[in-house]
Design a protein around this ligand. Structure first.
Ligand SMILES: [Zn+2]
Length: 368
């Protein structure tokens, strides 16, 4: 068992792939559901219907405005549940304060928010400074509801300091480029986000497993990725080809979307979660610190083999998930401590989530 212990601990350090593939064995397709376009839900349904027919699972990254609109409509929630049951993934999307089209939520100190929103370097005159509607806490709560019986695992944003607004302890991250098609090719890699200081708060350091994508919104861009894919000299060094598009791009002219889905169908299509839960860059067992998770949860021993003792203050609900998002343990209205037998658990990383009146706290646990 000693060997497995070292495997457990070394997990985060192994980001290197050694196999050579003729072409990337994995592919993923992320859909960005941007603020201001939640009325395009019927278009998203069309995208899902076509991708499902072609056996291409999609990873939906939903902005706060989409999540709120879906939760307000039971029929939309039913659609999401049906899509998840088929194998599509629900993840989160956020436009932070450095984005031209900010989604109006931010954990940054108020002074930083307005310093950035009124700085023409970050927010050119064509963009709108926007209104600050609050922190991301409500978004996190709504994501928990939308994820259903599975922790939300994938976060896509391109913030200057992603550690500030990221969903606490979300293990997987996507990011990429709208101009460089070679970014569609990558191997999962460990990203350390932070530490970053703003005002009197420190965010991170936070460890996440990342995979990259290229933005496609027309036939020429989709073809540029396709040509790199067919060029074995280029694509054979990567395990994954990933692209992203917006629902509003599909609503404009969907031709590129159909062409890309047709091309990628049968070429190792998975969700981001499906790829990264198998990746050697899996996240470390250490629990990063967050300013908004002052709530203490202790796990010992961690890593563990046979059992783990959880301790906290007062009454709380506890949930444990594996890295595919499957809930493997739950205890509602539990008081102050739990001793869990993990002797027959599959070795690997698990995510422990605690919810109580103070909010939500998440930690990682390694079983070997
Ligand atoms: Zn976006």
């Amino acid at each position: 068992m000693k060997k497995l212990y070292y495997l457990c601990m070394a997990w985060a350090l192994l980001g290197v792939t050694t196999s050579i593939w003729a072409q990337p064995p994995n592919s993923f397709f992320v859909i960005h559901c941007d603020p201001g376009f939640a009325h395009l839900f019927p278009k998203l349904s069309q995208m899902i219907a076509y991708a499902t027919q072609k056996q291409v699972p999609l990873t939906l990254e939903l902005s706060p405005q989409w999540v709120a609109a879906i939760l307000a409509d039971p029929e939309k929630v039913d659609s999401i549940r049906a899509w998840q049951a088929w194998g599509h993934e629900v993840g989160a999307h956020h436009h932070g304060i450095y984005h031209c089209f900010w989604d109006s939520l931010s954990n940054y100190p108020i002074d930083t928010i307005w310093a950035v929103r009124t700085d023409p370097y970050w927010v050119p005159p064509a963009c709108v400074p926007g209104a600050h509607l609050g922190t991301l806490d409500t978004f996190y709560d709504q994501l928990d509801q939308l994820a259903g019986d599975s922790l939300l695992l994938t976060w896509g944003s391109s913030d200057e300091h992603p550690e500030v607004d990221i969903y606490p302890n979300v293990p997987y991250r996507t990011d990429g480029s709208p101009t460089d098609p070679t970014r569609a090719f990558s191997n999962p890699y460990t990203r350390i986000l932070g530490p970053y200081t703003a005002g009197n708060q420190i965010w991170g350091p936070y460890t996440t497993c990342q995979i990259d994508y290229f933005f496609i919104d027309n036939v020429a861009k989709a073809n540029s990725v396709k040509n790199l894919y067919l060029d074995t000299d280029f694509s054979s060094n990567y395990s994954t080809v990933g692209v992203v598009t917006h629902v509003f791009d599909f609503a404009g002219n969907p031709t590129y979307f159909y062409q890309w889905v047709n091309f990628i169908s049968g070429k190792g299509c998975k969700t981001v979660r499906g790829i990264l839960s198998q990746a050697s860059c899996s996240t470390t067992a250490a629990s990063p610190t967050f300013p908004h998770t002052a709530n203490a949860l202790s796990l010992s021993p961690n890593p563990t083999t046979n059992h783990v003792q959880l301790e906290w203050n007062g009454q709380a609900d506890l949930y444990i998930y594996d890295l595919t998002g499957r809930m493997v343990y739950q205890c509602t209205q539990c008081f102050e401590q739990l001793l869990i037998n993990t002797s027959d658990w599959v070795p690997g990383i698990y995510i422990v989530e605690m919810r109580n009146k103070e909010g939500r706290t998440v930690a990682r646990m390694c079983v070997y």
